[in-house]
Design a protein around this ligand. Sequence first.
Ligand code: HEM
Length: 316
Amino acid sequence: MWTDPPTHRPLSGLVSQAFTPKTVARLRPRIADIAAELITGLPDGEFDIVDAVAYPLPLIVIVELLGVSPADRAFFKDCTDRSLGLRVDPALPPEELGRIVADATKEPRRVPAGRGPAPPGAPIRRPAQRPRGRRARRRAAPDTKVAALASMLLTAGYVTTTLLLGNVLLCLRDNPGVEQRLRTDRSLVPAAIEEVLRCRPPVSQAYRIADEDVPVAGEVVPANGFVTVSVLSANHDERQFGDPDRFDLHRDPNKHLAFGHGIHFCLGAPLARLEAGIALNRLFDELAELRVGDDITFHDAEFYGATRMTVSARRG
Ligand code: HEM
């Protein structure tokens, strides 16, 4: 995500095969099993749905995909939470906070890639094996880059999808009638997830540095200028989306920017969509009623979504 061509291509090439819609579709049965395991065990009454479902589901999926052994799952979650500042006291002095975050980002690299039961085609196991042929070796990304990529995939593939699942429930809360329509017509679930991504994009900002002077809306972003782009605002642009504040299950086209745009377009989009669809369907199957309560903690950085959300549920 943080590299430009020509460095970007070999890194992207390493993982893109593992994330095509076709490859990801093969993960469906395993994701369905994980969702079933998490959701069938949910109690009647109040609980934190982020902790019970939205955190563990994408975490288990991504660590399995990366070939991390189940025994290291908690370690990886801990590193990710610290590296994103989720479990760091924000009152710490900035240099202390920076050190904890930097250490946590490096720590996952200590775990040898490919140690666990990686599925065939796991993105990290493949490059960990030395490519055959001199030319292939020359083109291959160095191990440090592979390790950094694994660490980045873990973060990109976990917290974002956690927040998406919570955002689905927030949209259902805010738009009475939608849940009932989805329960009776499950074919609308994919469109609902797209509309959630538009209205409440988990990654609400993107960052760029201008290569050259770029005129935008009457202003000039100077060369080397740092730009923060608001995905949230773009997704509510009335020139692109009629009645942008309305949650519309039949919005067509729905060209939201929740997964970015251009060469950095999210590689994990098919996986995130699949996980969210499976989880929502399973929640509808198991729970006759699911109400979001007032006890919600929102992520306080550039992510948009809940890190804790109490719901009250009644089993079907
Ligand atoms: C709802 C869930 C997700 C959202 C909202 C999301 C959002 C995004 C966005 C906005 C970008 C572009 C950032 C930019 O241009 O600066 C991006 C890139 C990326 N995402 Fe996701 N993502 C999600 C899930 C995932 C998953 C599950 C994975 C992997 C398992 C993943 C892997 C990546 C990678 C590797 C990139 C960088 C692609 C590149 O630079 O070539 N994402 N994502």
